[in-house]
Design a protein around this ligand. Structure first.
Ligand code: GLY
Length: 342
């Protein structure tokens, strides 16, 4: 019986893949033609989202649940000590402590979140348990840690020697410059001691084979942030929002700007009103930029969106924001469109 269902599912995937029509628009943002969606699908922020997508795909392609898939997907960068903006090995706050933020949500508005969580490698799994096991949406700090430990998570040191070295380098000047993930600032490696590449949050959005939509978002937040600072990533409506009647959105970049605009919620509401994913992302980016154009020249925010038909798109303040897509017909990193192009 199980074999039969699996065969039917694989056949459906192949058929759907064959019928996929992809057209290119400006900025090389693809748009799946209306009515020709190819599901399941998983998309995530940045090129490092590729490895995360592949893990999520293992679950989606065998007919698994969307939340299991996005949890498994974002656990990849959370466990990657070489990724300095998510989980283990994340750059610490100005006091040298790695503090993590994460949330998860499905298309029926079920959601869970943790913020300012220390010493736990997989905050996304704690967020999922907050959703499943508590009457609450969000746990923070010491309470979130207690909850994690009570549920079998192990306390671990997340500050790797490499991140500690970068932090000590930063301490020499202690200059806090909240510049996040402007990829084309690679030319100024001193922007963040420890590495010229300053990628940011992973946000992942998916639709499973049953049509259920979900998303996850996880980060160690801004490097050298003030102790206690929480960004957009664990805030439902800011770093992530999913509503199966409209679509899903997530963000990467300077969280304060995303919180101000309830960014991901705004993107989803624009899609509900008829905007396509890239257009919805662009409109929210424009709101952020127009608040203070000069200031926006020095900061990065990118949104990624997936509508209920499986169409996807992204847009950022600055060039360089990438996103990864995986379904039966596409396995690719795309460059998002941007407000400033130089
Ligand atoms: N977007 C991640 C943060 O600002 O913390």
């Amino acid at each position: 019986m199980i074999m039969f269902h699996r065969r039917k599912f694989l056949q459906a995937s192949l058929l759907s893949s064959a019928s996929l029509l992809v057209k290119r628009t400006m900025g090389a943002v693809p748009e799946v033609e209306e009515g020709k969606t190819d599901q399941p699908i998983v998309i995530s922020t940045w090129d490092f989202g590729q490895a995360a997508n592949m893990e999520a795909w293992k679950i989606l392609s065998r007919g698994g649940d969307v939340l299991d898939a996005v949890e498994a997907g974002v656990k990849v960068p959370e466990a990657d000590a070489d990724n300095h903006t998510v989980g283990l090995g994340g750059y610490p706050d100005r006091d040298g402590k790695v503090t993590l933020d994460a949330c998860i949500m499905d298309g029926h508005l079920n959601c869970g979140s943790v913020a300012f969580l220390e010493n736990i490698v997989h905050p996304i799994s704690v967020a999922k348990l907050v959703m499943e096991k508590t009457p609450h949406v969000m746990l923070v700090g010491e309470g979130a840690l207690q909850f994690a430990l009570a549920n079998g998570f192990k306390k671990e040191n997340l500050l790797t020697p490499e991140s500690e070295k970068a932090w000590k380098e930063w301490l020499k000047t202690s200059k806090y410059s909240p510049v996040i993930n402007i990829e084309n600032q690679k030319k100024d490696p001193n922007q963040l001691p420890g590495g010229p590449l300053n990628h940011d949050t992973i946000g992942m959005l998916a639709i499973d084979a049953t049509g259920k939509m979900g998303g996850a978002c996880t980060t160690s937040g801004a490097a050298w942030k003030m102790r206690g600072r929480v960004g957009d990533s664990p805030i439902i409506g800011a770093g992530l929002y999913v509503d199966g009647d409209a679509g899903a959105a997530t963000s990467s970049g300077l969280g304060e700007e995303v919180i101000r605009t309830c960014g991901s919620h705004a993107v989803v509401e624009l899609m509900r009103s008829g905007a396509k994913p890239e257009e919805a992302c662009r409109k929210v980016v424009e709101r952020i930029v127009k608040r203070d154009v000069e200031r926006a020249k020095g900061l990065q925010v990118g949104f990624l969106a997936l509508d209920k038909k499986g169409r996807f798109g992204a847009y950022a303040i600055h060039k360089g924001f990438t996103y990864s897509v995986k379904n039966a017909g596409i396995e690719k990193v795309f460059q998002a469109g941007s407000y400033f192009n130089s």
